[in-house]
Design a protein around this ligand. Structure first.
Ligand code: HEC
Ligand code: HEC
Ligand code: HEC
Length: 195
C-alpha cells in the first residue's frame, strides 16, 4: 500500500514540479502582485536568502500544498484557503495594521459590489426597452464590468496593489458604469426622436 502511494507520488511530482503558480495564473493575478509593494520588494531582493516580502506560496498556503488543481478538496475548501491567505499577514505586520488593511479591503469590495448592482438595475431596464442590437452593446459593457473590472478590483484589494484597486478596479468600474448609462440614454433619446 505504502509503495503504491510512493509510486503515485513519483508519477505525479514531475508534472507538478515543472509548473509554478504564474505559469497558470499569468495575467491579472500575477500582475496585481508584481505591482504591489510585496511584488516589487520580492523582485528587487530575489537573490537574497532571507525573504522580506511574500511571494505567491507564502500567502497561498493551501494552493502551495496542492500546487496543481484541484487545489481544494472537501476537507480543504476554497473558503478555508481564503481565510488562510490572510492569516499569515500578522507574521510580518502588526495586528492593528492587518485589521485596518482587511477592513479597508472589505469596504473597497462593498463599493465595487454597489457599482455592480447599479449596473445590473440599468441592464434590467435595457432588457425591457432596447432592441437586440442596442442591448448587445449594453450586455457587453456589463460583462466587462462584472468579469474584468470587478475581478481586477478584487485582486487589487487581495494583493494590496494600488494600481489594480484604483485604476483597473474602481476607476474602470466607474467608466463601465458611465458607458452603460450613456448607451441606455442614447437608445432612449433616439427612440424619443423617432416618435
Ligand atoms: C497547472 C496549473 C496551475 C498551477 C501550477 C497552479 N494553479 Fe491555481 N488554479 C488553477 C486552476 C485551473 C484553478 C481553478 C480550478 C480550481 O479551483 O482548482 C486554480 C485556482 C486557484 C485559486 C482560486 C482562484 C479562483 O478564481 O477562485 C487560487 C487562489 C490559486 N489557484 C492559486 C495558486 C497558487 C498560489 C499556485 C502556486 C502555489 C497555483 N495556484 C498553481 C491552475 C493552476
Ligand atoms: C500578501 C499575500 C498574498 C500574496 C503574496 C499573493 N496572494 Fe493571491 N491572494 C491573497 C489573498 C488574501 C486573496 C483573496 C482571498 C482568496 O481569494 O484566496 C488572494 C487571491 C488570489 C486569487 C483569486 C482571485 C479571485 O479571482 O478570486 C488568485 C488566482 C491569486 N491570489 C493568485 C496569486 C498568485 C499567482 C500570486 C503570486 C504571483 C499571489 N496570489 C500572491 C493573498 C496573496
Ligand atoms: C513575509 C512578510 C510579509 C507578509 C506575510 C505580508 N507582508 Fe505586507 N509587507 C511586507 C513588507 C516587507 C512590506 C514593505 C514595507 C512596508 O511597507 O511596511 C509590506 C508592505 C505591505 C503593504 C504596503 C504598505 C505601503 O506602504 O504601501 C500593505 C498594504 C501590506 N504589506 C499588507 C499586507 C497584508 C494584508 C498581508 C496579508 C495578506 C501581508 N501584507 C503579508 C511584508 C509582508
Amino acid at each position: 500500500m505504502r509503495q503504491a502511494l510512493w509510486l503515485l507520488l513519483l508519477i505525479a511530482l514531475p508534472a507538478a514540479a515543472g509548473k509554478s503558480c504564474v505559469d497558470c495564473h499569468a495575467g491579472a493575478a500575477e500582475r496585481s502582485w508584481a505591482l504591489s509593494k510585496h511584488g516589487v520588494i520580492a523582485r528587487i531582493e530575489s537573490g537574497r536568502e532571507r525573504k522580506r516580502a511574500p511571494d505567491c506560496a507564502a500567502c497561498h498556503a493551501f494552493e502551495a500544498k496542492a500546487p496543481t488543481p484541484p487545489h481544494y478538496t472537501k476537507k480543504t475548501s476554497r473558503q478555508q484557503a481564503r481565510e488562510q491567505a490572510t492569516a499569515g499577514c500578522g507574521a510580518c505586520h502588526s495586528p492593528r495594521y492587518v485589521t485596518e488593511q482587511l477592513a479597508a479591503a472589505q469596504r473597497g469590495l462593498a463599493i465595487g459590489e454597489m457599482k455592480r448592482r447599479e449596473a445590473e438595475a440599468l441592464v434590467a431596464l435595457a432588457r425591457k426597452e432596447l432592441t437586440a442590437t442596442e442591448l448587445a452593446q449594453v450586455e457587453k459593457l456589463f460583462a466587462t464590468l462584472r468579469d474584468e473590472n470587478l475581478r481586477e478590483l478584487r485582486l487589487g484589494l487581495a494583493h494590496q496593489s494600488p494600481d489594480y484597486q484604483w485604476w483597473l478596479g474602481q476607476a474602470a468600474l466607474d467608466g463601465s458604469l458611465l458607458r452603460i448609462k450613456g448607451a441606455l440614454g442614447e437608445a432612449r433619446r433616439s427612440r424619443a426622436a423617432a416618435r
